[in-house]
Design a protein around this ligand. Structure first.
Ligand code: MOS
Length: 760
């Protein structure tokens, strides 16, 4: 029976709940010192002077590093970024190189001391004077200066600009509305931390809370001017990332600090620093216009996003789903990107689609209401089985099934079209739904599988488990492909010295590493088969490879399982201490989240792995259903039930997959009802600085979440058939909730989060 798909518990679960899984900040070293950063208190300007005399006199202080004495680092250019895996998640300007301040909270110095408390104490005694300028803190007032970016991640950013106006004007029905979303922060449970250990001046080891050991290794080496490969990054366990764990500048600060004091140094960010120094989701102002004919067929779709960036080219790509969903003859998707003096925005779980589906799927609900059509019927009437921009068929697509399964399990038929029709006690009850979608990417990945003479198997790849289940699911695939139990398999990930894998982002880990893992196992079985056939004392001697099957750690003649030969016996008689194979998954064109230099060679890939990447578009789809109870006296919204149905290809582990979707839906409930980072417009400082005021859903905010999977393998993404699952769960959630609030109250709220002040 196949191991793949079984709902087994995490193989690293016991280590985690007993505190034995080692996270970055726990890699304590002999003679380790501690670094504490100093952050700018203005949003824009120059440092006029830094007086470190008082700080240096404090007990335990080893060094104070600022732009006056910092190591010179190389700014990151586009080419270096591509070489390190295109999806670099951090900032491109290295720290402490000049006296310029680009945002409040920017690192301007770092203090190193014998203890954390001493470093922190001395850091507060640094006297910094600034020449402050007026920072750009307000998106709306900066929009007149905003630029239209040409590209986003290798794709054209401005699509059919200005072309929708005509068809929209000629439409029988129209909706044209503005939807806004706030700044959000990732806030993974584990704060960012790095321990830096130099071996001489040319080799560096970083124990780092990162989503990509290969990416961090390559980019740190670049910034620090080291040979690629001379920075080893180790991250066996990572407590969440959601896009925030790229290479951010604290990692470079601690590397510099360790070089200066010639000792290992640890730097752990405070929760407050995570508001300014490790990225966020930028606020968006989205204008969505839809036009239909009299029967409700879409004639045009326009989606414009105003947003901002700071020190990178990244902007929130909220129009992405509007290029993929629904059959509309004309779609226009455009962006304006301003520059604000606040910590640099970055990828955050479903970058683009999370705020983008709020706007698009709210607008769809609005036009369906105009047309007096059921929102599901409206979506089915406008369903597309082709990628509307590329014209390709989707590789496998069951969105209509998602709607139907969702509607049935949720009890959608009990919904009334007219709002304010259902009450329970003093609560108004409403139902809402929305479509979910996320691209199905696949990046290059190499996976090495080693079998030792005693039958133990090790699988190694420079992948990461940020809480998603990578350890567990990889063990399942190898167990399945070799016919051995999961508990005989050791999974080695989170080390940049292993064969290359993509960073844990873009929902690509499973689709990328599993084809290579399976292929490596096939190569091992072939070698075992060859050894057995050639061995005169094997029961398989002289037989044809096609006749030979495998299970329970043995090869055997199919249909005659007594004629078997155990892997350990084959290896013992051949006097082999171990067998090893390393195969590589090829990227779907355009996807590049892997450092190519660390892929194993040879890199030929079986044709099957690549069969259809030119003929198909790879996307996952889903349907989200929410029931809300609204208290009109207090304006509070409670999500009472949630149903989430997804078409993500093959399910590799029913339990970890379900957890991913539940996590995504909870993330979406946070975005819908409570999450927002507020800035003081005068100074540009975030005023929601901790988890006490940046609200995320807690247990009482989270209803039962009913998760369903279509579960049909995608025949084109890989021989395994799994697309990604990490991000789609959040998409559509805030729209489903806002649509349910409309159904409950008759109030159409277009500004997230849906806080009580907007409902009374
Ligand atoms: Mo995800 S935002 O690609 O970590």
């Amino acid at each position: 029976m196949s191991e793949i798909g079984k709902p087994i518990s995490r193989i690293d679960g016991r280590l985690k709940v007993t505190g034995k899984a080692t996270y970055a900040a726990e890699f304590n070293q002999q003679g380790m010192a501690y670094a504490f950063p100093v952050r700018a208190t203005i949003a824009k300007g120059q440092i006029a002077s830094i007086d470190d005399a008082a700080a240096k006199k404090e007990p335990g202080v080893l060094a104070v590093i600022s732009h006056k004495n910092a190591l010179k680092l190389k700014p990151l250019d586009q080419e270096a970024q591509m070489k390190a895996g295109a999806a670099f998640l951090g900032e491109t300007l290295p720290p402490l190189q000049d006296n310029k301040v680009h945002y409040l909270g920017q690192f301007i110095a770092v203090v190193v001391a014998e203890s954390y408390e001493q470093a922190r104490n001395a850091a507060y005694r640094l006297k910094v004077r600034y020449n402050a300028e007026k920072g750009a803190n307000d998106l709306k007032s900066e929009l007149p200066k905003a630029k239209k970016p040409k590209m986003f991640m290798g794709e054209e950013a401005q699509v059919n600009e200005g072309k929708a106006a005509g068809p929209l004007a000629a439409s029988a029905h129209r909706v044209n509305q503005t939807y806004t979303t706030p700044v959000e922060h990732h806030h993974p449970m584990e704060p960012h931390a790095t321990v830096a250990v130099w071996d001489g001046t040319e080799k560096l080891t970083l124990y780092d809370a990162t989503q990509g050991v290969g990416m961090t290794s390559a980019i740190a080496a670049y910034f620090l001017g080291l040979q690629p490969g001379n920075v080893q990054v180790i991250a066996p366990y990572v407590g969440g990332g959601f896009g925030s764990k790229g290479l951010w500048l604290h990692t470079l600060l601690v590397a510099m600090a360790a070089k200066v004091v010639k000792r290992p140094v640890k730097l752990a960010l405070t929760r407050q620093m995570m508001q300014t120094n490790v990225g966020h989701r930028a606020a968006t102002i989205q204008k969505v216009a839809l036009g239909t004919d009299a029967a409700g067929k879409l004639s045009a779709l326009r989606h414009h996003t105003d947003s901002y960036t700071n020190l990178t080219e990244f902007f929130e790509p909220s129009g992405k789903q509007s290029l993929v969903l629904y059959k509309a003859p004309l779609r226009e998707v455009t962006y304006n990107v301003a520059k604000l003096n606040r910590g640099t925005p970055t990828f955050m779980r479903a970058p683009g689609e999370a705020p983008g589906t709020f706007a698009l799927e709210s607008a769809l609900d609005e036009i369906a209401y105009e047309l007096k059509m059921d929102p599901i019927a409206f979506r089915i009437a406008n369903h597309t089985t082709n990628d509307p921009m590329k014209g390709h068929e989707f590789s496998s697509e069951y969105l209509v099934d998602c709607y139907k399964i969702g509607a049935e399990n949720f009890g959608w038929s009990a919904r009334s079209m007219e709002p304010r029709q259902k009450r329970v006690g003093k609560y108004l009850v409403g139902y809402g739904m929305a479509t979910a979608t996320y691209p199905g990417g696949r990046s290059a990945a190499s996976v090495k599988v080693t079998m030792t003479a005693n039958g133990e198997v090790t699988v190694g790849t420079a992948s990461i488990d940020i809480g998603t289940g990578t350890y567990t699911v990889l063990a399942q695939t190898v167990a399945d492909a070799l016919g051995i139990p999961v508990d005989r398999i050791e999974v080695k990930i989170g080390d940049s010295s292993l064969p290359a894998a993509p960073l844990a982002g873009g929902s690509q880990t499973t689709a990328s590493i599993h084809p290579a893992a399976m292929e490596s196992c096939v190569m091992l079985r072939k070698e075992l088969t060859t050894l057995a056939i050639a061995d005169s004392s094997s029961k398989l001697h002289g037989r044809k490879p096609e006749e030979i099957g495998f299970a329970n750690g043995k090869l055997f003649i199919t249909g005659d399982e007594k004629k078997a030969d155990a892997y350990v016996d084959i290896l013992r008689r051949a006097k082999r201490t171990e067998l090893e194979a390393c195969a590589t998954t090829q990227p779907v064109s355009g996807a590049g989240m892997t450092v190519p230099s660390a892929l194993c060679t040879p890199r030929e890939t079986p044709a099957e792995q690549n069969s259809d990447i030119k003929q198909h578009s790879f996307h996952s789809f889903g349907a989200q259903f929410a029931e809300v109870w609204v208290d009109e006296d207090f304006g509070t919204v409670r999500v009472k039930r949630f149903t989430s149905v997804h078409d993500v290809g093959r399910i590799m582990n029913e339990k970890t997959a379900r957890s991913q979707i539940i996590g995504g839906v909870i993330f979406g409930i946070g975005a819908a009802l409570m999450e927002a980072t507020e800035y003081d417009q005068r100074w540009g400082n975030p005023v929601t600085r901790t988890l006490a005021d940046y609200h995320v859903p807690v247990n009482l905010d989270v209803p039962p979440i009913d998760v369903h999977f279509i579960g049909k393998p995608d025949p084109h993404i890989s021989p395994i058939g799994a697309r990604g699952i990490g991000e789609i769960g959040i998409t559509g959630v805030s729209a489903a909730i806002a649509n349910a609030v409309f159904n409950a109250t008759g109030k159409r709220l277009r500004d997230l989060p849906l806080t009580p002040d907007k409902l009374i």
